[in-house]
Design a protein around this ligand. Sequence first.
Ligand SMILES: Cc1ncc(COP(=O)(O)O)c(C=O)c1O
Length: 477
Amino acid sequence: MDPETTLSQNPGEHYATVPVPASAPNRATCTQPLPSYHGVMKTQTTEETSKSELAFKSASQVMPGGVSSPVRAFRGVGGTPRFIAKGKGACITDIDGNCYIDYVGSWGPLILGHADDRVVAAISKAAAKGCSFGAPTEAETQLAELIVSRVRSIEMVRFVNSGTEATMSAIRLARGHTGRAKIIKFEGCYHGHSDGLLVQAGSGAMTFGQPSSPGVPAGTTADTLVLPFNDLAAVETAMKQYGSELAALLVEPIGGNMGCVPPNNGYLQGLRRLCSEYGIVLIFDEVMTGFRVSAGCAQGLYDVHPDLTCLGKIVGGGLPMAAYGGRREIMQKVSPVGDVYQAGTLSGNPLAMAAGLATLRALAEDGVYESLEATSARLADGLESAAKQAGVPTVHARVGSMMCTFFHTEPVTDFASASRCNTQAYAAFFHAMLNRGVYLAPSQFECLFVSAAHSEEQIDQTIAASAEAFKAAAACG
Ligand SMILES: Cc1ncc(COP(=O)(O)O)c(C=O)c1O
């Protein structure tokens, strides 16, 4: 593939199209000068970044890329990552004292905003009683009950520590349940960094996957068929050929790791029908969409109900926690009731349970999702018309409070179309927004998340900033 148009299957490696300058300046690599700040916002510009630059140098000495997870290194947009000192509500402050309206929200968990008082109080109360016991606590049952009551397809839950663990464990369970080995996943859907899921499409349409990272043995991906997202005919063909050998089909019901890519009409329903027909376990990876796009997750929104669901991010209220759950008959195969082994020293951690409970309880209050929808629509509409006014070709996708502005001329429906985005233009836009006090994801292929803490005023400030930032992007073609 042409490296100029390559979108990696692995988030954090979505930087192939933006050369990172050796000096790592705080500007995009587009040769056009960025428009200057005209004081449209109360938030300050980010001209002063010396502390972050110094911190990044020190971090890079002792941590690969200076970060704990690749996308944070700004490789997708160039420049120095801001080191964050604190966050409150919709805003974060870096160690140089610059404030930003934040639309990353820790990559999705912070639907209530930073340091929400209810969540902080719940964590503090739990911490005062002890951080971990490695024994059952009532909070686990309470959170499991809450999840079961909200998500129709989930009858039982197992708590784990990350989305990676949740998807890895759900696949093992599906294989144990069916006695089959092969699975289907989709190009551009990300499910964490377990060996079997770091996979890219093979050389032919119906060939099994190749590792997408060195260090992943070919054998671990040899049972994974990688198909294009939103293409039901491809799934139908694959099932005709391999149906009786397939244990699971794993899908993000809304693609959230190639930007925001909603499912085509009838696509999820089609997956449900085909999985039932061939006895394949349908797994929705709702690590990102769970409790984000509706109180009943994406499955509630589209009224399509999988056999197993992976949850993460919001369900842990900002602490390292995730879960998988689903039909009782399948979940009863997990050890110690069944013989599909899966365990974790810190699983069901009391602090994470407290944060998750406080978050889900707050989300149950009247009008939360309605107000999130209104704020998110206001932002999406504002960004779209600002882009139009600046004459920048963009395509806007949104489901509830997750959205994406693609620098593209055609609708993005799958990995192939996402790969053709103008990542240079995104980088210019990103830096122009950052310099105006708006913190977006440092990659074209990530979603923007609105939280319940974002005010109308902050949304309007963001739209005002974007009017100028889109001009910077326009200069990049
Ligand atoms: C849909 C989806 N699944 C799984 C994961 C992996 O979760 P974690 O980073 O907690 O391992 C992510 C992470 O962004 C995700 O977006």
